[in-house]
Design a protein around this ligand. Structure first.
Ligand code: GLC
Length: 546
């Protein structure tokens, strides 16, 4: 890798999200682990990814799947040891795969030593100053300090007890009560997180995914949320002081060789506000959730692509394309529904789904996103076309989104089921052959055709499509700037990348003729008499001999 291409690796990288608990289980206890990831690196090499992003692997009570961190410098024993993490980072790199870790700065686990010390200390103590402890309102302090709503539904304050057992102060948690929010105006908080970044950069990681990146700073006056907050007016979202924090983080990242990157998890409806985090001295990239949330509709997707690229251009940051992650409904399920958009608030169990249709569309969406300029995120299992597992028993669901909604929201376990690797029946090779412990979430019995083993030999499989797409993308599109739309019929997206590559996606109900080309590089569904069927995409060669 030359100096220049190495420096720019993240601009068009393909980054694969590993959810370690469900990737592969080396020790046979039913829970995935880092040795399991290490043992399956060849799958990622064959797939053709440039980097992995591992969701939190730190010591955690797992109240929120590890996004409740008790020690940012230790690996949870269920996942292995720090030596395992170091080995994974090194071994992946020898295979050309960089590692991105997930840092959770908005909150810690209630078991984190800082919070335990804060609970043990008195109101007004320095230990409590690192969090948001406040007396309650009203007589006897029985009313919570604000009526803010949790990201997981429900309240954002929990009352503590004093040493003598009497009701005490309240503490703030934008997520569950097991995840107390840190006070980012406290210098210890800032110092500690910059130190955590160094800890992982020192171990060779290529980047950091920043959890809930737009939530860290709160208005210290703790006002109620305005009915319709204007830009920067929400007391807990997208506060202007965040930018200074990320400038500090960028300085840490830039002090390391090899272009270490910062990727923000930023859910903001306003794309202009979103790209402010991507100015040259802040984050390198952030997840483009606007695109993910859009329905399978040509105009909607085109509008999102145009708005994304237009907003990113002035700050010089690449766009990202994300179809899925460990929080959202799997694409083959989402795209098989009458309403194929995504919103957390709209998730309901029992929504009718046509999985064959969803799979066709997810295949086309794979080619669409892989052809767009910028970096690409791929969530484990999407390369296998796994559907959301909607048949899980409610008593297996532990996700705070399920628990805090009283079961109205089915929660996120359905996209976190252990991967099927081989064989005809659960656990589909998830652990060693002699493992007896059940997988931490049961897999559907009918996933035999979705295993890696079954798909490797099948040229029509989702895995074959992804492998081919990532190979062609690397050969044809790396380093190619921009895109240009071609005129196309209603319901059809067609664009060129450079002078030799053309992508066409048919979101209409009828087959459409292919635009001019010299060769067909890849199709998501076989052509019908030379035409592109409904819900299908094609990659075409154009140029010199056209
Ligand atoms: C992010 C994570 C999600 C987690 C939440 C709280 O949205 O992706 O899984 O529950 O932050 O940390």
């Amino acid at each position: 890798m030359g100096e220049q291409s190495d420096r720019q690796w993240w601009r068009d990288a393909v980054i694969y999200e590993v959810y370690p608990r469900s990737f592969a289980d080396a020790d046979g206890d039913g829970t995935g682990d880092l040795a399991g990831v290490l043992s399956r690196l060849d799958h990622l090499v064959e797939l053709g990814v440039d980097a992995i992003w591992c969701t939190p692997w730190y010591a955690s009570p797992m109240a929120d799947g590890g996004y409740d961190v008790a020690d940012y410098r230790a690996i949870d024993p269920a996942f292995g040891t720090l030596a395992d993490a170091e080995r994974l980072i090194t071994e992946a790199l020898t295979r050309g795969i960089r590692t991105i870790v997930d840092v959770v700065p908005n909150h810690v686990s209630a078991q984190h030593p800082w919070f335990q010390a804060a609970l043990a200390a008195a109101p007004g103590s320095p230990e409590r100053a690192r969090f948001w402890f406040r007396p309650g309102r009203g007589d006897g302090g029985t009313e919570m300090p604000t009526r803010w709503r949790s990201e997981f539904g429900g309240d954002t304050w929990t009352r503590t007890k004093n040493a003598d057992g009497t009701p005490g102060e309240w503490y703030l948690h934008l997520f569950s009560a097991d995840q107390p929010d840190l006070n980012w105006s406290h210098p210890d908080v800032r110092r500690e997180h910059e130190d955590v970044l160094r800890f992982w950069f020192d171990r060779g990681v290529a980047g950091v995914r920043i959890d809930s990146a737009a939530l860290l700073v709160k208005d210290p006056a703790l006002p109620e949320v305005p009915a319709e907050p204007g830009p920067g007016e929400h007391p807990a979202v997208d506060r202007d002081d965040l930018h200074d924090i990320y400038r500090g983080w960028r300085a840490v990242a830039d002090s390391y060789p090899g272009e270490r990157i910062l990727v923000g998890e930023i859910w903001l409806p306003d794309v202009e506000r979103f790209v402010r985090y991507l100015r040259p001295d802040e984050l390198h990239t952030a997840f483009n959730f606007d695109f993910l949330a859009r329905p399978w509709d040509a105009e909607q997707l085109r509008a999102s692509i145009d708005a994304t690229l237009a907003a990113h251009a002035p700050v010089g940051a690449p766009a990202t394309w994300v179809l899925s992650n460990h929080d959202v409904t799997r694409p083959v399920t989402r795209y098989g529904r009458a309403d194929s958009s995504f919103a957390f608030t709209a998730k309901r169990a029992g929504t009718p789904t046509d999985l064959a249709l969803g799979t066709r569309r997810a295949r086309a969406a794979a080619l669409l996103t892989a052809a767009l300029p910028g970096s690409l995120y791929l969530y484990q299992g999407d390369e296998l076309g796994l559907p959301e597992h909607e048949g899980l028993d409610d008593d297996l669901r532990r996700d705070p989104m399920f628990l805090r909604s009283g079961g109205v929201d089915p929660g996120r376990e359905g996209c976190r089921v252990p991967l099927p690797w081989s064989g005809d029946a659960p656990p589909f090779g998830f652990g060693p052959a002699d493992a007896t412990a059940p997988t931490w979430l049961p897999q559907p019995a009918d996933w035999a055709e979705l295993t890696v083993e079954a798909q490797v030999g099948d040229p029509r499989s989702m895995l074959a499509l992804y492998r081919a797409a990532l190979r062609i993308r690397r050969a044809e599109l790396n380093g190619v700037e921009g895109m240009s739309w071609l005129p196309s019929a209603a319901g059809v997206l067609a664009f060129d990348r450079g002078s030799a590559f053309r992508c066409v996606v048919n979101l209409s109900a009828q087959p459409v003729p292919l635009p001019p080309h010299t060769a067909v590089l890849l199709v998501s569904t076989p052509l019908q008499d030379g035409a592109l069927p409904a819900d299908a995409a094609a990659w075409l060669r154009t140029g010199i001999d056209q």
